[in-house]
Write a protein that binds this ligand. Structure first.
Ligand code: 5GP
Length: 191
């Protein structure tokens, strides 16, 4: 039986709904702890104060030097990072990050489970990106990087989930997590 907490990682292009999905998952699953990332990106007007720990670049770089991140990456000119999880208290850990970070997590923990979240269509992805209140240029940049993120995402992911409906997609991930936990509780024959 594995005593290590499960690490579940949500990846997928910006605007696909990873954030809402992550919130829904931790609401529905008491054993799941959502890591709060740091970023140097300015807060969006549509975003809550605690969506991230918003810091300047100097503070972020200081934390890199002090090795306080599990992973970090530069994405469209801003730094994003997962602090080393010291608040999880034995719960399974949920990360909502981009693909470079997911690669680092998998290098450290090959048992981490990566879920690639897909939009129902690229048109819907564009609509959602526009709805976040970002500039047209920003939306275009995010859309332009989506194909490469998707290609890398398919390489890394164990499961591909289409976010056509938040409840349905969350339900699908929760069932997979339950099954993975069940497998981890059941010793294999060679143990
Ligand atoms: P956004 O600026 O749209 O909030 O996030 C941009 C991208 O950075 C998204 O794909 C998001 O999942 C990712 N991201 C958020 N937090 C982290 C983090 O801690 N590490 C990494 N590597 N990516 C993150």
């Amino acid at each position: 039986m594995s005593a290590e907490p499960l690490v579940a990682v949500l990846i997928g292009p910006g605007g696909v709904g990873k954030g809402s999905l992550a919130e829904r998952l931790v609401e529905a699953d008491d054993h799941l702890w959502l890591s709060r990332s740091w970023t140097t990106r300015p807060k969006r007007a549509t975003e809550s104060r605690d969506a991230y720990v918003f810091v300047d670049r100097a503070k972020f770089e200081e934390a890199i030097d002090d090795e306080r991140f599990l992973e970090w990456a530069e994405f469209h000119g801003n730094l994003y990072g997962t602090p080393l999880p010291d608040d999880a208290q034995g719960a399974d850990v949920l990360l909502e990050i981009e693909v470079q970070g997911a690669e680092q997590v998998l290098r450290q923990n090959e048992d981490a489970v990566v879920f690639l979240i897909l939009p129902p269509s690229m048109e819907q992805l564009e609509e959602r990106l526009k709805g976040r209140g970002d500039s047209v240029l920003h939306v275009q940049r995010r859309l332009a990087s989506a194909p490469a993120e998707l290609a890398k995402g398919h390489e890394l992911a164990s499961f591909v989930i289409v976010n056509d409906d938040l409840d349905r997609a969350a339900g699908e991930i929760l069932s997979i997590l339950e099954e993975l936990r069940r497998q981890r509780r059941t010793p294999s024959k060679k143990d």
